[in-house]
Design a binder for this molecule. Structure first.
Ligand SMILES: [Zn+2]
Length: 850
């Protein structure tokens, strides 16, 4: 029972007894039980605390650890704390999706606060200049908590860390604050923390019950781990698609911290983990010294935990490979990222392999790690500053060897998608230029205004490499997360590496999206090609205003202007709007959605004429999205986010609980993300499909759909027989057969409506499943098919790669009057796979033609 042990150690502490005497408030406490803990349980007791600084309890109304702090109370405390001391300034950097503030506290000595701009400029200059004197320079430490909302000991410990930094007195804290700028991010995930605090608090009993079966420890779907749209924010540091990440990345690049800490929780039976993780799984672009310094910092954690009597471990389970994680992202930016993982009490206390695990115990460990981090920062200050200096100096040397070289990326048909990759580069302080002229490079055509040039000789050249490289060789075959994220592939953009910077025009200082336009008012018809990223948003708005629109199944040309497969036709006559109204309406649509719409005066074309039966009338989508038990909340959340945030398309979230009693006749499309919809729902869904609905299934939903005879799929069977693998090696062996997340090439039949809007004959797909579907006998039923050697980037075992070759990631088949459409791969991965978003849109808008 760790908490009780702590209690007795604490009672034996003479210094503490003195402290108790000095503060009348504490005299009120005569007993300490599981449910009653005071500040002395957590805080160092060999120093004094400024009585003018408000304690957490005085503001939030309960002792730290007694209840789970809600985000609103956390905010309240941080503002109160900042108001009480000149060691802290506070700012709100933005809002989460649910409107919660994304706070940053800057904590340093009052003297440093007065010259903070100078300190920051000197710190940044350190990363830009060959010579630098670090002896008097403050170190910059970024401390962030509970990016997973249901791992709350971090954010609850944050109350104490902030209090300590504001209230502690004596030489140690004075010296620490003189030499450290702490960027303090009290809640990495405001919406998730609030959601979980609500759960844990509403299920708390007066008599705390450690029984793991209690509802308190069994959160309902989707749980508090993720943000509003159910995204894992600890995968978004590199793609920066979520508002929380955008705010913190701005702080990061503004300051380039030397240490960044990320406080998490893991399973209840675990102890405490701090990095370094598994060495063989460190990303090869991370300097070796980074891991050595991580280890050296680890010694400070070890010392503090030894003193506390808490069990811990390092160099197992976790790794430093994917730069989208908070503890790995700093490693490619000259800093040291540190992951902390605490065994979770999940609620207020729970039985575990290590005895009764109390919430206060988990909080105290996190608090201790936060302080040992600052201890390490103080002691290793010059070493870490010099490391950062050398990191950028060496990066400059590498970059200068690529003087005159650049990467060009773009899509001559899709300016918006190109813009969104450029936007990510901007968020990461990567410089880029306009393309000077239209040009063909390495066989690919790049159009001015639709392409950008990234010179390699610049400060963040290593980050550029981390974002653009294709890697297929690895030291280890296990990955904690994805093994590849090559951005131009995720965006399905053309790109050319090693090209001359002579192609560069003016530097892009102010990134703007292309302005949409209608070429001319027409009495006859309007045409919109389908390539631009926001065409589905435009089409949805057109259909929702009861304007008739059709899709062209074949390419054609009007007045020598070519129109590709999937062009949208809007006839002028017999619409609910007159000629002028329609023109104005479409002009607004074009501008809002950054698309080009052309007015044409004739229906006679080269190819299919505008009145041809090859133009099919489109129906407005009425979409249901299955959510709830059985369904992956990540995958469903990505779909919800895509429709709601990107395309302004209404989706009804249909819970799998109670679905069998729901009238589905109002929907023409239902999407089922990875998972199972449960045996209760087979009947209702099947009847709905048979009556004309289109059911779109993803990833592991294919197995459920196949088993329940919605669609007949021919899965490729994989037999895995371990040979010469010992018991000890079994986990590594099995793990190596997983596809943790890699990028593969498929060839596409552009004449098939599922591929409308794509201009190339191949596409890159993200895959993290072992589901292999054999192609249909009829080749025209295989419009997307993996190539014979499909690996583009990332790790896959040889047997899996052999199995994947020539299989199909997409199938569509009839079920009576309806249709079942399936994808083996997630086309909406983590909101940054812009390149495959259109596949789902095609399945929605062109469902009748599949
Ligand atoms: Zn976590």
């Amino acid at each position: 029972m760790p908490h009780r042990n702590g209690f007795f150690t604490f009672m034996a502490n003479q210094k503490l007894m003195k402290f108790l005497d000095s503060i009348a408030l504490f005299l009120l406490f005569t007993t300490l039980t599981f449910s009653q803990t005071d500040l002395s349980y957590y805080l160092p007791q060999d120093i004094t605390y400024n009585p003018n600084i408000p304690t957490p309890k005085s503001i939030i109304g309960h002792e730290v650890g007694e209840w789970h702090v809600t985000h609103d109370k956390l905010v309240q405390y941080m503002y109160a704390l900042a108001a009480s001391t000149d060691r802290i300034t506070i700012e709100n950097r933005g809002s989460s999706f649910e409107g919660r503030p994304i706070l940053l506290l800057t904590i340093t000595s009052p003297k440093n606060h007065q010259q903070l701009d100078n300190i920051r400029e000197a710190h940044m200059a350190l990363t830009d200049q060959d010579n630098s004197n670090t002896s008097d320079m403050p170190i910059v430490v970024y401390q962030g908590f509970s990016i997973h909302g249901n791992e709350p000991s971090g954010a609850n410990a944050g109350l104490l860390v902030a209090y300590y930094l504001a209230a502690a007195e004596g030489d140690y804290i004075t010296e620490l604050l003189d030499h450290t700028v702490i960027l303090f991010d009290p809640s990495f995930n405001p919406d998730g923390l609030q959601r979980f605090a609500y759960w844990a608090n509403t299920n708390k009993s007066k008599n705390l019950n450690p029984d793991p079966n209690d509802r308190e420890y069994r959160e309902v779907w989707p749980g508090g781990r993720t943000n509003h749209y159910w995204f894992d924010l600890n995968r978004d540091w590199l793609p920066v698609q979520m508002p929380e990440s955008r705010a913190r990345l701005e702080t990061f690049h503004k300051w380039l911290p030397n240490i960044l800490t990320d406080h998490h929780e893991m399973g209840t039976n675990a102890t405490f983990f701090f990095q370094p993780g598994v060495q063989s799984r460190t990303h090869p672009l991370t300097p070796k010294t980074n891991q050595e310094l991580t280890k050296k910092i680890g010694n400070y954690h070890a010392k503090a935990f030894d003193k506390l009597g808490s069990l811990y471990y390092t160099e197992e389970n976790y790794d430093d490979f994917y730069y989208g994680k908070g503890s790995t992202f700093p490693d490619i930016n000259g800093g040291i990222g540190i992951l902390f993982e605490q065994g979770s009490s999940r609620g207020h206390l729970q039985e575990s392999d290590n005895g009764i695990l109390t919430f206060p115990f988990t909080i105290r460990n996190q608090f201790t790690a936060a302080l040992s981090t600052l201890d390490a920062a103080k002691a290793m200050r010059v070493e870490l500053l010099n490391y950062q200096h050398d990191f950028f100096k060496n990066a400059r040397k590498e970059a200068s060897q690529e003087q005159g070289k650049a990467i060009v990326f773009g899509d001559e048909k899709d300016a918006a998608k190109t813009y969104h990759l450029a936007e990510i580069l901007k968020r990461h302080d990567i410089q880029f230029d306009e393309l000077k002229n239209d040009v063909t490079l390495n066989g690919k055509h790049f159009k001015k205004g639709y392409s950008y040039v990234v010179p390699k000789n610049q400060k963040n050249t290593r980050l550029i490499n981390a974002m653009f490289e294709k890697r297929t060789k690895f030291k280890d075959s296990l990955f904690y997360d994805i093994s590849a994220w090559t951005f131009p592939l995720a965006f399905d953009l053309d790109y050319a590496e090693g090209v001359s910077t002579a192609n560069a025009g003016a530097e892009v200082t102010h990134l703007e999206m292309k302005i949409g336009n209608v070429s001319a008012k027409s009495n006859y018809a309007y045409l919109m090609e389908w390539h631009e990223y926001y065409t589905p948003k435009a089409l949805n708005k057109i259909l929702n205003n009861d304007i008739r629109a059709k899709v062209g199944l074949k390419p054609f040309a009007v007045d020598a202007n070519p129109y590709d497969y999937g062009t949208i036709l809007i006839p002028v006559q017999n619409q609910s709007k007159n000629v002028d109204e329609l023109y104005t309406f479409l002009k607004d649509i074009a501008q809002e959605n950054h698309v080009q719409i052309n007015g044409v005066s004739t229906g006679l074309t080269q190819g299919i004429d505008l009145g041809s039966t090859e133009f099919k009338t489109l129906e407005k989508p009425k979409i249901g999205l299955l959510v709830g038990n059985g369904i992956s909340s990540y995958d469903a959340g990505e779909i919800w986010h895509l429709f709601d945030q990107r395309y302004d398309i209404t989706v009804t979230k249909l819970d799998t609980d109670g679905l069998s009693k729901t009238d589905l006749s109002g929907y023409n499309t239902i999407i089922m993300a990875s998972g199972s919809a449960g045996s209760d729902n087979v009947k209702v869904l099947k009847e709905w499909v048979e009556n004309g609905g289109t059911l779109i299934g993803y990833c592991s939903a294919l197995q459920w759909l196949n088993t329940n005879e919605f669609i007949k799929l021919d899965f490729k069977k994989m037999e895995r027989i371990a040979r010469d693998i010992t018991y000890e090696q079994r986990d590594n062996y099995e793990g190596a057969q997983e596809i943790g997340g890699a990028i593969f090439e498929a060839k596409i039949d552009r004449s098939h409506p599922i591929n409308f809007g794509y201009k190339n004959n191949t596409i890159a797909l993200f895959r993290d499943t072992n589901i292999f579907v054999n192609p249909d006998k009829q080749s025209y039923n295989n419009p997307i098919q993996y190539t014979k050697d499909p690996l583009l980037s990332g790790y896959i075992s040889k047997p899996n790669l052999d199995s994947l070759a020539s299989t199909v990631p997409f199938r569509a088949s009839r079920l009576k009057r309806g249709k079942v459409v399936v994808f083996t791969d997630n086309t909406n991965f983590r909101a940054f796979w812009y390149g495959t978003n259109k596949l789902l849109m095609n399945a929605i808008f062109f469902r009748e033609e599949l």
